[in-house]
Design a protein. Sequence first.
Length: 201
Amino acid sequence: MSIASADMAHVDVMDNHFVPNLTLGTAIVQRLAKVSPIPLDVHLMIEDPDKWAIGYAQAGATSVTFHLEAAKEPIDLARKLRASGVKAAVAIKPDTKVSEIAHLIQEVDMLLVMTVEPGFGGQPILIETLEKIAQARQLIRDSGATISLQVDGGVTESNIAQLASLGADSFVAGSAIYNSPDRANQILRLRGLALAASNPK
């Protein structure tokens, strides 16, 4: 079943060092970019993204997310990604404070708040991360920036409305979509729940 009704395809890149799992690299991203009917949102869960991130931009990603915890020069990296023609995004793990990304707001196109420990799919959302979503939205609002706020981890039909009401406007849903027999309609349903919550009557 197709996921072409999604806004983007979220592609997790893991190196078995930054997180305890190993997935695809630039060659597969390049191939995906050639055949995907929707843009690729590449999430780098790797060590030394300063060295490798531009390669994913060149491979065909539309946006590239790096982790604050892994980047040595996050401002420089964000600027290089933007200069290469892709959107730059920064992610934080559950234990990282939102205040630690305040200096990056004007340098990126999206903030990603991880709502589970990165590395494996199918995990339930960590309740303690919900407050961080609201904090991140407030940070964006106070800065005057017009950037997206993405959440990744444990997104389901039962909580996507709450996540949207807290300020998230981009949602990474894996199991909630791939476990459905009709993935295209499931994406539409999740989007509808999020939009209804973010635009209450």
